[in-house]
Design a protein around this ligand. Structure first.
Ligand code: IPM
Ligand code: MG
Length: 365
């Protein structure tokens, strides 16, 4: 099994190093190959997603991705910015189904900005369509406004669009996922205003005919944003388009106390996937041994489960993480009074130890 390792920028290399150690301890005969991505790739090769990196991602059985981005690249033209690497990988690998779980760990209930009783036991799965919508819709650009009250003025435009098969396939993924959980699916749209959203809703309703055992409801995105902070536990699985999913998944992540805990998976039609922590590259804490490696470690677990058919190894990692949290160790982002603050490497050590490995390698990394 070949795993492409793309550490990226900021805290990416540090958190990836810990995920690698955890995978090594499992003794599963993986072949790892690392390549540059994001700003690091721009610095080394002049492009955020070099040909060789894309070729490696295409050839591998799964991709483990750290994070990309740094303020210092904000001045580059859009096509060369680090974010283009992740968008290019999604598009080139056809990673249309993005799974973003928001789970509130019992030990971290107090790290949430919401009242503990609202988030205790929270377990939501957001399924975001990842290769369509206004993110990729053409045409887009700048021009002279052809009509309307400001005709003749400079304007910019993007295009929100979805084809019927794109909506149907993500709806199927969501119904299948709901079937394995509490069998409740909420489809989020803006059908009171947008043509694409009414179209989305119609397609989801049609697919529902094949999943009568799943309870489906629809919610406008503004209301969904409100319900997520008012009564988050009402949700089981949420399915939505690329743009709304981007926004709602960050909101849901924060309910759990720290985005530093949340993994994600982006899958294509054949189950191949890219796995990455839900958080970004956090350049402000890069190189300080302060980042939380658990989201990346849990992403590696998702990779084992969804792309590499190693569900048992995935469960071992997840229970090792639970064990480490129960023992009171916390990185700064999830620290609270009465717990022990540790750094990135020490958190990795603890997970490795909980898996029965030795922590000798920590000295090297
Ligand atoms: C995410 C990020 C990306 C997105 C950016 C980095 C392009 O915010 O994965 O949610 O908007 O999809
Ligand atoms: Mg986002």
């Amino acid at each position: 099994m070949k795993i492409a390792i793309l550490p990226g920028d900021g805290i990416g290399p540090e958190i990836m190093a810990q995920a690698r150690r955890v995978l090594d301890v499992l003794d599963l005969r993986f072949e790892f190959e690392e390549a540059a991505v994001g700003g690091a790739a721009y610095d080394a090769h002049g492009h955020p997603l070099p040909e060789a990196t894309l070729a490696l991602a295409q050839a591998a059985d799964a991709v483990l991705f750290g994070a990309v981005g740094d303020w210092k690249y904000d001045m580059l033209e859009r096509a060369l910015r680090p974010e283009q690497a992740i968008l290019g990988l999604r598009r080139s690998l056809g990673l249309f189904a993005n799974f973003r779980p928001a789970i509130c760990y019992e030990q971290l209930t107090h790290a949430s900005s919401l009242k503990p009783e609202l988030v205790a036991g929270l377990d939501i799965l957001i399924i975001r369509e990842l290769t369509g919508d206004i993110y990729f819709g053409q045409p887009r650009g700048r021009r002279t406004s052809p009509d309307g009250a400001f005709a003749g003025a400079p304007e910019a435009f993007d295009t929100m669009r979805y084809t019927r098969p794109e909506v149907e396939r993500i709806a199927r993924v969501a119904f299948e996922a709901a079937r394995k959980r509490a069998k409740r699916l909420t489809s989020v749209d803006k059908a009171n205003v947008l043509e694409t959203s009414q179209f989305w809703r119609d397609a989801v309703v049609a697919v529902h005919a094949d999943y009568p055992d799943v309870q489906l409801d629809h919610m406008y995105v503004d209301n969904a944003a409100m319900q997520l902070v008012k009564e988050p536990k009402r949700f089981d699985v949420v399915v939505t388009g690329n743009m709304f999913g981007d926004i709602l998944s960050d909101e849901a992540a924060m309910l759990t106390g720290s985005i530093g805990m949340l993994p994600s998976a982006s899958l294509n039609a054949s189950g191949k996937g890219l796995y990455e922590p839900s958080h970004g590259s956090a350049p402000d804490i890069a190189g300080k041994n302060a980042a939380n490696p658990l989201a990346t470690i849990l992403s590696a677990a998702m990779m084992l489960r969804y792309s590499l058919d190693q569900a048992e190894a995935a469960a071992r990692i997840e229970s090792a993480v639970q064990h480490v949290l129960a023992s009171g160790l916390r990185t700064a982002d999830i620290w609270s009074a009465g717990t022990t603050k540790v750094g990135t490497v020490e958190m990795g050590d603890a997970v490795v130890a909980a898996l029965g490995g030795t922590t000798k390698k920590a000295i090297k990394s």
